[in-house]
Design a protein around this ligand. Structure first.
Ligand SMILES: [Zn+2]
Length: 162
C-alpha cells in the first residue's frame, strides 16, 4: 500500500514522489518492527503535498546546518571557557559533547522531514513492479519444471512398456 506521509491518504492513482529511504527512515522502521507495529507502507508524497514537502525539506536541511553550527559553538564555549581559566575536566568535556550531540539529534529527529525523489511518478492501481515480479516468479519456476516433468514421464512410460 502506498501512503502519503503528509496527508496520510492512500495513493491509488495520480502522481506521487517516492520518499527516499535514509538512515532515519530505516531506523524508525526497525524500531517499529521491534515493537511489531510496522505496517510496511510504501512511503510517498502525493502531488498536492509535493511542493509543500519539498519546501519543508529545504528548510529542514538548513535547520540541520544551523543546529550543527550552534551545537559546535555551544561545545566550544562550554569547554573553551574553563580551559581559558586553566581548568581541564574530562567529565565536563564529555557532558558538553553529549549535550551538543543531543541538540543535533533533536533537530534531526523531532523536526524530521524526509526527502523525496525529485520526479513524480505515475501511480496506477495495477500494482508496483515488485508485486508483479512476486506473481510472475512462481509461474516462471513452474514453467522451468515442465520440460523436466515431460522427460521424466517419457522415461516412466518407456519403463512401463518394457
Ligand atoms: Zn498527501
Amino acid at each position: 500500500m502506498k501512503k502519503c506521509i503528509v496527508c496520510q491518504k492512500d495513493i491509488v492513482s495520480g502522481k506521487a514522489a517516492k520518499v527516499r529511504e535514509d538512515r532515519i527512515i530505516r531506523g524508525l522502521r526497525k524500531i517499529k518492527q521491534m515493537f511489531n507495529i510496522a505496517r510496511n507502507f510504501e512511503l510517498y508524497v502525493c502531488e498536492e503535498d509535493f511542493q509543500k514537502n519539498t519546501d519543508k525539506r529545504k528548510q529542514y536541511e538548513k535547520n540541520v546546518i544551523v543546529y550543527t553550527i550552534l551545537a559546535v559553538c555551544l561545545f566550544l564555549v562550554l569547554v573553551g571557557l574553563p580551559l581559558l581559566g586553566g581548568k581541564f575536566n574530562i567529565l565536563l568535556l564529555l557532558s558538553c559533547a553529549l549535550l551538543s550531540i543531543l541538540v543535533v539529534l533533536f533537530a534531526l529527529l523531532f523536526k524530521y522531514v524526509p526527502a523525496t525523489e525529485t520526479q513524480l511518478e505515475v501511480i496506477s492501481s495495477i500494482g508496483s513492479s515488485v508485486e508483479v515480479t512476486k506473481i510472475i516468479a512462481p509461474v516462471q519456476e513452474k514453467l522451468k519444471n515442465i520440460p523436466i516433468q515431460k522427460e521424466e514421464s517419457k522415461k516412466r512410460i518407456a519403463n512401463l512398456k518394457r
